[in-house]
Unconditional design. Structure first.
Lengths: 151, 863
C-alpha cells in the first residue's frame, strides 16, 4: 500500500515512532479524506502504537477531520477583522447558495465548510482557505467566482 | 541530606522526593486529586498548591522536588482561596448528582468540596451533557462526572500496560474513552475503577446496589484464581460480597488486580452451587442428609479397604483448595486408610516441573519473589503467556521492560506483545531446538561455574542443532546469536516457565535445557501456576512419593519422624500418581477414588479413557462446589464450601503462604478439611479438628519445612520462603534427560490444536461468574488470519473442529499474534473444551503429561 510506504519514509525522519504520529495521521487523512476508526487502527498498526493513543492525539487537533468531508474543504475565517469586513454575510451566502452549514457538507459532496479562527490575513480580510489555496479580499461576488472554479 | 521546613516543621530527607511526599513523611496532609501513589505525577488538578518562600507563585506539591532550605506552607488563606477556585472550576461541569451516584461517600471531590467549598458556584452557563455509556458489560462510564485527572489513563498505560483508554477531544469536550468509544475490549483489570476519584468510571456489577457506608465488614483474603495469590478485600453486607477491592500497600499485588480477581468473585453465588449431599441410587443422584452421606462413604470405604486392601483406594487433591483441605485429604489417605495413592492436577505440568528442577538444584529453586521481577534487567519467557496465566506476574515483566530491561519471548508473545524486546516464534513445539542451540552456543562462549557437575556433564553431552535443524524449527542463526548475546549480557535475569514447555515435545529435555540456561546465566526461575494452590498441594504432601514438607517417602527417617509425632503408620510404598490411578481404575486395581475439588472429566485429556476408568470404580466420591461432569458420575456427592466461605492458607508460586479468610458464611457446603475430617473419624481416626487453625497446627508440627510457622506469622507476611523451617537440601543429584543426543522432528504440515489460556477464564470456575461470562461468553477457536483465510472462514463464522475424539462446530476468532499452523481453544466451556479433543501420554522421566492427538481437521461450516 502506498500509504504504508509513505509512513515508513516518515518514520525515518523521527527518533521514535511516537514522533511520527502527527505526519502519519496527515498521510492517512490524505488517503481516506478523513480519519475513521479504521484509519486510526491502520496508523496504529503501522507505527506499532496503541490505537487508543492514536485516537486521543488525533481528536485533540482541529486539523484532523473526524467525519467524511466534501471534495473541497472551505476554511473561512470569522474572527474579529474578517467579521468586521463582512465574513458573516459570506457564511449566510454559502448557506443560501449551496445549503452549506458551518461544520457541514453539501449534499452533492462538493464542499465542506469549517469556520476558522484567525488565519493571519487581517490586512486582506475577509479570508479563507480552500483546500490548501489561500484566498483573500473576499466579497459576495468574488467568493462565488472562486468557489465555482472548484468542481 | 536535604532539610526543609513545611508548616514550621523541620523535615529531613535521605533522598530527593517531591514536596508532597516530604509533607506526607512529616505527617502533613496536602489535598490532592490527580495524584495517586505509584502513578507518575501529573500536576493537573492544582489542588496540592503550596506556598514556597522566594517563589512568586503557588506551586504544585506533587511535581515540585523538595530542595534544601525550602520553606513551605500548605494551608494559608491564599492557598485556600486557590483551592476553592479550582473546585469551583471543576464544579462548572461536574454534576451534583451525589444522591444517586454510587461514589458518594467515598468520592474525593465530594470530600474536597466539603472541606474547601465553594458553597455555591458563580457559573450559570449550564453543565455539559454526555450520556452515561452502557455499551460495556462490566464498566459504566459517566463522563459528565469526569474531572480529567487522567489517573485512569496513567494507570492503564503506565502500570497495567493495556493502553485501552485515552482522552479524546479537547477543552470542555474532553472525555475519557476506550478506543471503540463504547465497549472497552481491554484487559478488564478494572484498575481504572480503583483510581477514579469520582463516579466517572464505575463497575456495573453492583451499580446502585449499595452505598459505600453500607459495608458492614471487610475481610482480607487471598484471591482464589491463580498462583500469584493477590491480596484482596471482600467488602461484605449481610453475608454477601458487595465487591472485592485491592489496597495499595497490601500484598504483593500492591493495589492492582486482574479481571478474574476483581470481577470474578460472583461464582460463589452461582445458582449451580450444590446445596445438599447426594447419593446415587439406581443411576440417579438423590439428596440425602449429611449424616447419611457420611455413613455411606465410611461404610463403603471400610468395605473396600477390607476386601481389596488400602491400595485399592486413591485420592485426588485440589489446587483450588487450601493447604488445610489438602493436608487433611493426604492425611486421610496416608495415615487413616494407609495408601500413598494421592495426587492432583498439579501433575499436569506444575508438580513435575518443580520436582525436576528441585532434583537438579535443590528444594526451593523456583521460590523467588514476584515483585523482584520488575527490578531485574532481563527476562526470558517460554511456554506460556504470563499476562494471562498469572496476570500480576505478567505486569512485573511489563514493568521490567519499561525500566529498560530486555524481554525475550519464545513463542507467541500474547500480552507481552508491546513489552517484548523481540519474540522468537519457532514452529509449533520446536522450542527444544531453539533452546538446544542457545545453550550449546552459550556454554561455548561462557565458562560454567563448576558447581553442579551432574548438570554440567549433561550439558556437555547435548547435541547442538545444525543449520538445517534451525531451519526446520523456523528460526535463523542470527536470532540465536542475538539471543545468546542478550542472555549473556543480563546480570539479574529471570526465566519464566509456562505449562506448554512441559505439555508438548519432550518435557525432561525442555526442562533440562531451561535449567542449563538458568545455571549458565544465573537466572531466577518462576513456574507459572494456573491454580491458586498448586504449590501448596505439593508442600502438603499430596504426591504419591512425597510427605508433607516435600520429604521423599523413600527416606525412612522422615517416615519415622511422622510416625513418632502422630502415632500413626506411614505406608512405605510409593503410591500411584494421577495418571496411574486412572489406569489402575480402568484395569480394576483401583476400586475407590475420592475426588476433592477437581473435575477430572473436564480437566484431563483422553476423556473417554477417564470416563471408562471412573465408571469402573466401585466407589467414586466427589466433593465439589458444583455438580461437575465428574460429580454427575459419582456414587456420592459432598457439597463443599467455596473459597470465600472458609478459612485456611494458600501457597503461591513463589511459595509465599497467605491467609484465606471466610467472608460469606451462608452456604450449605462445608469446608473440605471438615468433611474429610468427619470421614476420617468414622474410619477410626481419633483426632478432632475443630478449625482450619487446628489443621495448620498439625502441619507445622510434622512438616520440617513449615516448623513453627503460625497463622500470626502468615498474617504478618512473614511466610516467605524458606519460612523459619528447613528446606531439604543435599538430596539433589542425578537426574535423567530424554533424548539428550537427538533432536525432535518438526511436523510442518499439521494444524495443531493448542490450549488457549484466556485472561478472562481459568478452567470451569470462571464459567460460573456472570461477570466473566459477559466478557467472554462462548467458546471460540482462535486462528491466525492466514490459516483462517486458507479455509475461507472469517471472524464469527463457524468451523468444524475435529480430532479422532470429537468433532464439534465452534465459532472462529481471528488472532493476529497467533502463529501460523496453530489454532487454540480454551478449556472453559462444557462440551467444547480443549481437553475433549486431545489425548495424552506420560513421559516417564518427569511424570508430566504430553498432549497427543492434537493435529486437527478444520472445515468451514456452510450456513
Amino acid at each position: 500500500m502506498e500509504f504504508l510506504k509513505e509512513i515508513e519514509e516518515i518514520l525515518n525522519r523521527y527518533p521514535d515512532r511516537q514522533g511520527a504520529l502527527l505526519p502519519s495521521l496527515y498521510v492517512a487523512q490524505k488517503e481516506y479524506g478523513w480519519l475513521s476508526q479504521e484509519s486510526y487502527e491502520a496508523v496504529a498498526q503501522a507505527l506499532n502504537l496503541p490505537p487508543a493513543t492514536v485516537k486521543g492525539v488525533a481528536t485533540f487537533y482541529a486539523m484532523y477531520k473526524h467525519k467524511p468531508m466534501g471534495r473541497h474543504l472551505i476554511q473561512l475565517c470569522t474572527n474579529v477583522a474578517c467579521m468586521v469586513m463582512g465574513a458573516e454575510r459570506l457564511v449566510d451566502l454559502l448557506k443560501n447558495k449551496y445549503g452549506l452549514e458551518p461544520g457541514g457538507t453539501t449534499e452533492d459532496g462538493r464542499f465542506s465548510l469549517v469556520i476558522m479562527e484567525c488565519i493571519g490575513a487581517c490586512d486582506k480580510a475577509p479570508a479563507m482557505l480552500v483546500d490548501t489555496d489561500f484566498h483573500a479580499d473576499l466579497n459576495e461576488k468574488r467568493i462565488i467566482e472562486i468557489l465555482e472554479s472548484y468542481k | 541530606m536535604i532539610k526543609l521546613t513545611i508548616d514550621g516543621k523541620e523535615v529531613e530527607l535521605e533522598k530527593p522526593v517531591t514536596v508532597l511526599e516530604a509533607a506526607k513523611k512529616a505527617g502533613i496532609r496536602i489535598p490532592t486529586l490527580c495524584y495517586f501513589e505509584g502513578l507518575s505525577p501529573f500536576g493537573g488538578c492544582r489542588l496540592c498548591l503550596v506556598e514556597v518562600e522566594k517563589l512568586p507563585k503557588l506551586q504544585t506539591a506533587c511535581t515540585l522536588m523538595a530542595a534544601d532550605g525550602m520553606v513551605v506552607r500548605t494551608e494559608t488563606e491564599q492557598i485556600k482561596a486557590a483551592r476553592r477556585a479550582m473546585l469551583e472550576f471543576l464544579l462548572i461541569n461536574h454534576p451534583l448528582d451525589c444522591p444517586y451516584c454510587d461514589k458518594a461517600g467515598e468520592c474525593e471531590l465530594q470530600d474536597l468540596v466539603a472541606k474547601y467549598g465553594p458553597e455555591a458556584g458563580r457559573f450559570a452557563e449550564g453543565k455539559r451533557q454526555h450520556p452515561e455509556n452502557f455499551d460495556d458489560p462490566i464498566i459504566v462510564r459517566n463522563m459528565e462526572r469526569c474531572v480529567l485527572c487522567t489517573r485512569c489513563i496513567r494507570m492503564c498505560n503506565d502500570l497495567q500496560g493495556a493502553y485501552a483508554i485515552t482522552v479524546t477531544g479537547r477543552g470542555s469536550h474532553s472525555f475519557v474513552e476506550p478506543f471503540s468509544g463504547g465497549k472497552y475490549n481491554c484487559e478488564y483489570c478494572g484498575n481504572c475503577l480503583t483510581v477514579c476519584p469520582v463516579g466517572a468510571i464505575m463497575s456495573r456489577l453492583h451499580r446502585h446496589s449499595y452505598r459505600p457506608w453500607f459495608v458492614e465488614k471487610e475481610v482480607e483474603t487471598t484471591c482464589g484464581y491463580c498462583g500469584v495469590g493477590c491480596s484482596l478485600i471482600l467488602q461484605m453486607r449481610e453475608e454477601r460480597i458487595i465487591r472485592t477491592i485491592p489496597r495499595v500497600g497490601l500484598g504483593l499485588n500492591n493495589g492492582l488486580l486482574c479481571v478474574r480477581g476483581r470481577f470474578g468473585y460472583d461464582f460463589v453465588e452461582s445458582r449451580d452451587r450444590l446445596s445438599t449431599p447426594m447419593i446415587n441410587v439406581n443411576g440417579e443422584l438423590r439428596p440425602v442428609s449429611w449424616q447419611e452421606a457420611y455413613e455411606f462413604v465410611i461404610r463403603r470405604l471400610k468395605e473396600i479397604k477390607e476386601t481389596h486392601g488400602p491400595t485399592a483406594i486413591g485420592g485426588i487433591a485440589s489446587g483450588r483448595c487450601t493447604n488445610e483441605d489438602n493436608y487433611m485429604l493426604q492425611r486421610l489417605m496416608r495415615f487413616v486408610i494407609g495408601t500413598n495413592n494421592i495426587d492432583s492436577t498439579a501433575r499436569l505440568y506444575y508438580a513435575p516441573a518443580v520436582a525436576y528442577l528441585e532434583q537438579i538444584f535443590g528444594q526451593g529453586i523456583t521460590a523467588n519473589l514476584i515483585p523482584g521481577i520488575a527490578n531485574s534487567d532481563g527476562a526470558l519467557v517460554i511456554g506460556g503467556d504470563p499476562t494471562t496465566i498469572n496476570p500480576i506476574l505478567g505486569l512485573q515483566i511489563r514493568a521490567l521492560w519499561r525500566s529498560g530491561g530486555k524481554v525475550i519471548v519464545v513463542g507467541a508473545p500474547g500480552g507481552l506483545k508491546r513489552f517484548a524486546s523481540y519474540e522468537v516464534v519457532p514452529r509449533p513445539f520446536a522450542e527444544e531446538i531453539v533452546l538446544s542451540a542457545v545453550v550449546s552456543r552459550l556454554v561455548k562462549e561462557k565458562e560454567l561455574k563448576g558447581e553442579l557437575t551432574h548438570l554440567e556433564e549433561k550439558i556437555k553431552g547435548l547435541k547442538e542443532p545444525a543449520e538445517g535443524d534451525l531451519q526446520a524449527a523456523g528460526v535463523s542463526a542470527e536470532t540465536i546469536d542475538r539471543m545468546v548475546t542478550d542472555l549473556k549480557a543480563m546480570e539479574t535475569p529471570v526465566i519464566v516457565i509456562g505449562p506448554e514447555l512441559l505439555q508438548h515435545g519432550r518435557p525432561s529435555k525442555n526442562l533440562f535445557l531451561t535449567a542449563a540456561l538458568a545455571y549458565a546465566i544465573n537466572a531466577r526461575m518462576f513456574v507459572l501456576s494456573e491454580r491458586p494452590n498448586y504449590q501448596g498441594v505439593i508442600d502438603m504432601g499430596c504426591l504419591p512419593d512425597m510427605l508433607p514438607g516435600g520429604r521423599p517417602i523413600d527416606f525412612e527417617m522422615f517416615r519415622h519422624k511422622i510416625e513418632e509425632t502422630l502415632g500413626k503408620e506411614v505406608p512405605q510404598n510409593k503410591g500411584l500418581n494421577l495418571f496411574e490411578m486412572i489406569d489402575a481404575a480402568a484395569d480394576g486395581r483401583l476400586k475407590a477414588l475420592y475426588v476433592m475439588g477437581e473435575d477430572l472429566l473436564f480437566s484431563l485429556p483422553g476423556r473417554e479413557k477417564t470416563r471408562k476408568a471412573l465408571e469402573g470404580l466401585d466407589l467414586l466420591i466427589v466433593q465439589d462446589i458444583y455438580l461437575t461432569e465428574t460429580a454427575k458420575m459419582a456414587d456420592v456427592v459432598l457439597p463443599a464450601a467455596s473459597w470465600s466461605e472458609k478459612d485456611g492458607t494458600f501457597t503461591n508460586l513463589e511459595r509465599r503462604i497467605q491467609r484465606v479468610r471466610a467472608g460469606r458464611t451462608i452456604s450449605s457446603g462445608r469446608p473440605d478439611w471438615q468433611i474429610v475430617s468427619e470421614i476420617a473419624r468414622g474410619l477410626g481416626d481419633d483426632k478432632v479438628f475443630s478449625s482450619a487453625h487446628d489443621v495448620w497446627e498439625e502441619v507445622i508440627h510434622i512438616s520440617p519445612l513449615h516448623a513453627g510457622l503460625s497463622y500470626e506469622d502468615i498474617s504478618e507476611g512473614k511466610a516467605i520462603w524458606p519460612y523459619h523451617g528447613e528446606p531439604l537440601r543435599g538430596v539433589e543429584g542425578e537426574f535423567d534427560v530424554e533424548g539428550l543426543d537427538s533432536l525432535p522432528k518438526v511436523d510442518t504440515d499439521a494444524i495443531i490444536l493448542n490450549m488457549h489460556r484466556p485472561l478472562y477464564h481459568s478452567g470451569s470456575t470462571s464459567r460460573r461468574s456472570k461477570a466473566l461470562i459477559s466478557i467472554f461468553p462462548e467458546p471460540v477457536l482462535m486462528m491466525n488470519p492466514s490459516d483462517a483465510k486458507g479455509i475461507g472462514v472469517e471472524e464469527g463464522e463457524k468451523v468444524r473442529l475435529a480430532t479422532s475424539n470429537a468433532s464439534i462446530e465452534v465459532k472462529v476468532k481471528i488472532d493476529r499474534d497467533l502463529q501460523q499452523g496453530v489454532v487454540s481453544l480454551s478449556n472453559t466451556f462444557e462440551g467444547v473444551n480443549f481437553m475433549r479433543f486431545v489425548d495424552y501420554t506420560v513421559e516417564p522421566t518427569t511424570g508430566s503429561m504430553v498432549i497427543t492427538n492434537n493435529s486437527v481437521k478444520l472445515e468451514k461450516v456452510k450456513e
